[in-house]
Design a protein around this ligand. Structure first.
Ligand SMILES: O=S(=O)([O-])[S-]
Length: 106
């Protein structure tokens, strides 16, 4: 199975409809602290195993990085761990913060 892509527009619509998927952010900790998608979770080597064990495998998961490149391999990794619906956020946080500043937090 392969990961899928999600546009900022689609994620914004889901958040607006109170249907926010699980959003994980693989950027470095300082970037995450400075600004992130609302209700997102920082994911790194220290907590990825716990995330895999504790998150239902059928939960939709969206992976966010800086520009939407490295999120693709992270998304594929999660698919390979058994998650059935994983998306790479197109444009990453850099595009997100321009498109949906109202859904950012710091
Ligand atoms: O590779 S990346 O800039 O999308 S994190």
């Amino acid at each position: 199975m392969r990961f899928q892509f999600m546009t900022p527009q689609t994620l914004g619509e889901k958040i607006a409809a109170d249907q926010q998927p699980v959003v994980v952010d693989i950027r470095d900790g300082n970037s995450f602290a400075a600004g992130r998608i609302k209700d997102s979770t920082a994911l790194d080597n220290s907590n990825v195993q716990q995330f895999i064990e504790q998150t239902p495998k059928d939960a939709p998961v969206v992976v966010c990085c800086y520009h939407g490149n490295s999120s693709q391999s992270a998304a594929q990794f999660l698919v390979d761990q058994g998650f059935s619906e994983v998306y790479s956020l197109q444009g990453g946080y850099e595009m997100w913060k321009i498109a949906f500043p109202q859904y950012c937090e710091s």
